[in-house]
Design a binder for this molecule. Structure first.
Ligand SMILES: [Zn+2]
Length: 752
């Protein structure tokens, strides 16, 4: 049956060619090679089956499978056996990392009248959900890499706990010094909340799931609907990953079990990425009595959640007692890696990955992606048996330990850094996958390539090309001033990568061009996120229930792997990159101007008494201090570099148009370096592990990306004297790219 489908598709595509409507050859391919490649891709796309993906998920999500659990290892061994049964050369690469688990947890509210409320901090099993009762193997609700602590203090509500929320509290004269703060999940990455709270003097931090964000205000609650029930809790890491991800004790090297690695580990008390204050996630059932205890003013409207209470800032008269202790153990990590050797350019590697560990049963996150990736590997195994031979080497990776701190991928990348720097062409990541629109974020040298693939994949619901659906969605969502461009720009604009999944070490530490991709957006999702309810029952009732988008993910990512691995000349394209970087340069210049104008206006309002006039004399209001205006910065090196890059990209694309398809493969090793040259070995301010000068996760946003991060964040943090040298270092990285593209154009032009 499978073969028949492939034949039918082939007949269709050859009929298409006979009509004289043959499409242009794929970028980086000769016309003959392009025709052959398209035929192989069609064969490949017909192989993945939704039922296989469903079965993979059912098997892998049958028991809790967090780092260090028996089923985590069991899953790794099962995937290894599967990959081998597909005919692939696969192995488990084992590493080791610090992974704390709860020893004891206590949260109580001590009221002045002597009564107390003891928080449940427990997610109940749900009868209809068959895996929710696996209590013996479930990790309790907690935030990983919170430090131990025992604090009793008044409570203050800090909204989402972002830096700007503390400015609002400051203006109301409310301090969190010596207090325990309660923040709601959302907006910032969770690890930012205790970090900023600690910087403002708080002694503890609670993070709760407000029903307005992922509970009953959004949709029916589980099991009647997909959203978070009253006792549901979002587990998650709070490690300071914007400093560096991976094993906290081994930044910069891949930690294996044994004395050699052990001798180099940072002692636990010297690790800077563990939180400075204890932090714990709670449900809104547990949060409600705490929030009700708050005194003080009613919060601003934007701070109000969905609970039927009056949200107040605090502090509370009642005291909160938070006591946490953890087992600070090192645990094994099982990365499963399959290798398909390349036939003609084996020393160029195209890499695919998705993590396999979950917080509990982890069906949506990560198995919806990992189950599709496994089926993708299965399909490529079948294709190899039919005679397909990729030119480049392909690696299929299934990472362990993503949830705590991107542990498995980071240790692997650090361990193989030297070879990866030399050989890696690109990395394609996925994670949780759902029903809906295609989305991709990543390196802009691959923007055109991503579009080229998604034009050839059919959306399971609308039957239109995935690319077309994505484009129409992006046009509809664009602001009016950007809509015309969204409609007319040949390539769809792709957002840049911050952090939040396993691409982080690839792009930010080693400068390997990376893309994160997946489908989603149609279901009310995430009410089960990082809870015991993210399981097979939930996924098969409320998400991609027929796994047709799992199949689409396998088709999409697998086609990307094939098309990149088989190309004669790597289809990187640099006009998009130059255009995007020029846009970023404009943004950081406007940022400085905007901050100057805002500071000037605020100083004027302070001087002419506006703040005093607006303050309600019956309420405490703090008038901000006059601030010096931001100085003018020297952006000339950045302007010069973006001009040089635009010119070099145009030279390269002209040379490529003239010679690219003629098999000028000598240019490939140069192109592999095109993301590497963005690395600056000194790294970003305060975090040398992050070396890519174009993109980084924000120091104060966590997952959210900061582009041209050294310049942008230094301006945002008002570190004025640091700005000009960082403009120069960023411009130098862009100039290295321009020089590389000029050299690559010369290579192409010299080709016969
Ligand atoms: Zn995940």
């Amino acid at each position: 049956m499978r073969k028949l489908i492939a034949c039918v598709t082939l007949i269709c595509s050859s009929a298409y060619a006979v009509d004289g409507a043959a499409p242009a050859p794929l970028r980086g391919y000769t016309p003959e090679h392009s025709t052959a490649e398209v035929a192989w891709e069609k064969k490949f796309q017909a192989i993945p089956e939704a039922d296989h993906i469903r079965e993979n998920m059912r098997r892998l999500s049958a028991r809790p499978h967090h780092v260090g659990s028996p089923y985590d290892k069991d899953n790794a061994e099962w995937m290894l056996a599967q990959l081998k049964s597909f005919g692939l050369d696969a192995q488990i690469e084992q590493f080791e990392a610090l992974f704390p688990t709860p020893k004891s947890r206590k949260l109580e509210l001590l009221r002045p009248d002597g009564t107390k409320f003891i928080a449940k901090i427990e997610e109940p099993a749900i009868k209809i959900d068959p895996t929710s009762n696996q209590k013996d193997e479930q990790l309790p609700t907690y935030n990983a890499y919170s430090r131990d602590g025992d604090e009793t203090a008044p409570l203050v509500y800090v909204n989402y706990g972002a830096p700007a929320d503390y400015d609002v509290l400051d203006s109301m004269g409310i301090s969190v010094k010596g207090a325990i703060v309660i923040a709601r999940y959302g907006q910032t990455w969770r690890g930012i909340k205790p970090k900023v709270a600690g910087q403002h003097g708080a002694v503890g931090c609670l993070i709760y799931s407000d029903p307005k964000d992922d509970g009953y205000a959004v949709g029916g609650t589980y099991p009647d609907g997909p959203m978070r029930p009253a006792d549901g809790v979002q587990r998650g890491s709070v490690m300071d990953m914007p400093i560096y991800p991976g094993d906290p004790q081994s930044p910069g090297f891949g930690a294996k079990a044994g004395p050699e690695s052990a001798a180099k580990l940072i002692p636990l008390d010297k690790v800077e990425t563990i939180t400075k204050i204890p932090v714990m996630p709670i449900s809104y059932a547990d949060a409600t009595p705490l929030l009700e205890s708050l005194g003080g003013e009613t919060v601003p409207e934007a701070w109000r959640g969905g609970l039927p209470i009056t949200y107040r800032t605090g502090p509370s008269v009642a005291k909160v007692h938070l006591a946490l202790a953890f087992n600070w153990d090192r645990k094994p990590l099982y990365d499963v890696v399959a290798r398909i050797p390349g036939s003609t350019m084996a020393d160029q590697w195209v890499i695919r990955g998705n993590h396999h560990d979950g917080w509990v049963n982890g069906a949506g996150d990560p198995l919806s992606g990992a189950s599709a990736e496994l089926e993708e590997a299965h399909a490529l195994g079948d294709l190899l048996k039919q005679g397909w031979k990729p030119q480049r080497t392909i690696l299929y990776c299934f990472w362990d330990g993503e949830e705590p701190a991107l542990l498995g991928s980071t240790e692997w990348v650090e361990f193989h850094a030297a070879e990866l720097s030399q050989h890696a062409v690109a990395y394609f990541n996925s994670d949780g996958n759902g029903r809906g629109y295609f989305r991709a974020e990543g390196s802009h040298s691959l923007e055109n390539f991503i579009d080229s693939v998604t034009k050839d994949i059919v959306d399971p619901e609308t039957k239109m090309p995935v690319w077309k659906r994505e484009r129409l969605v992006s046009v509809s969502r664009a602001t009016p001033d950007l809509r015309a461009e969204a409609r007319s720009r040949p390539d769809t604009r792709m957002p840049a990568l911050g952090s939040g999944s396993d691409y982080t070490a690839f792009i930010h530490h080693l400068g390997i061009a990376s893309v994160n991709l997946g489908y989603g957006g149609e279901d009310q999702a995430n009410g089960q996120y990082h809870s015991i309810y993210d399981d097979f029952y939930h996924y098969t009732h409320y998400s991609d229930t027929d796994f047709s988008y799992g199949r689409a993910l396998a088709q999409t990512a697998g086609t990307m792997m094939m098309r990149l691995a088989d190309a004669d000349v790597l289809p990187f394209q640099f006009a998009d990159l130059a255009d995007t970087i020029r846009g970023y340069a404009g943004e950081v210049k406007r940022l400085a101007d905007t901050m100057r104008a805002q500071t000037k206006e605020r100083n004027t309002q302070i001087a002419d008494g506006t703040y005093a006039a607006l303050a309600d004399p019956r309420k405490k209001r703090v008038i901000p201090a006059v601030e010096p205006l931001p100085p003018y910065f020297n952006f000339a090196p950045l302007d010069q570099a973006t001009d040089d890059l635009t010119a070099a990209a145009s030279d390269y694309d002209k040379a490529f148009a003239a010679h690219g398809a003629s098999g000028a493969t000598a240019v490939n090793p140069q192109l592999i370096q095109s993301e590497r040259v963005f690395l600056d070995p000194a790294g970003l301010p305060y975090r040398p592990w992050f070396q890519n000068m174009m993109y980084a996760p924000g120091f104060y946003t966590g997952y959210g990306v900061k582009t041209l991060p050294a310049i942008r964040e230094t301006i945002e943090q008002k570190e004025w004297t640091a700005v000009d040298p960082l403009i120069a270092r960023t411009a130098a990285a862009i100039e290295r790219e321009a020089a590389l593209l000029k050299a690559a154009a010369r290579t192409l032009n010299a080709a016969p």
